[in-house]
Design a protein around this ligand. Structure first.
Ligand code: NI
Length: 139
């Protein structure tokens, strides 16, 4: 039986957002989302940690070539979201509040198109600040 190992790749992107619902009043948006509902947006330095669990290939010693994982994250996350306004520039969030939870789910969907999920167990952590972060999917 082949050994399984978890490999991790970290990436960062900077993006602006505003948390609000178009169908709510200003008052309700302010009471639920507070400063995150600032009309002129605000930014975060997001830190993404992608985790892949898979079998170590006996020939290469790799679970995955980390150069390949780096490229996938660059294409699917950094080029899509870095230096963007998530609400205005990214169609994913046109009708979806860009909370750290929703951003993590969107990133998972983009990454999973490029990885063989029969071969790898994919999960990720997304840090919005040093102290606030989410994990998806939940074990
Ligand atoms: Ni925010």
């Amino acid at each position: 039986m082949l050994e399984k190992v978890a490999v991790f790749r970290r990436a960062t992107f900077n993006a602006a957002h505003r948390l609000y619902r178009k169908d709510w009043s200003d008052e309700k948006n302010n009471s639920v989302f507070g400063l995150c509902n600032n009309h002129n947006f605000h930014g975060h330095n997001y830190v993404l940690v992608v985790k892949l669990i898979g079998e170590v290939d006996p020939e290469t010693g790799y679970v995955i070539d980390l150069k390949d994982l780096k490229e996938i994250i660059k294409d699917e996350v950094e080029e899509r979201f870095d230096h963007r306004n998530l609400n205005l520039d990214c169609p994913e969030f046109e009708h979806l509040n860009p909370t750290v939870e929703n951003i993590a789910i969107v990133i998972y969907r983009h990454l999973s198109k490029r990885l063989d999920l029969n071969k790898y167990e994919l999960s990720l952590r997304l840090y919005e600040t040093d102290n606030n972060f989410v994990e998806y999917p939940v074990e």
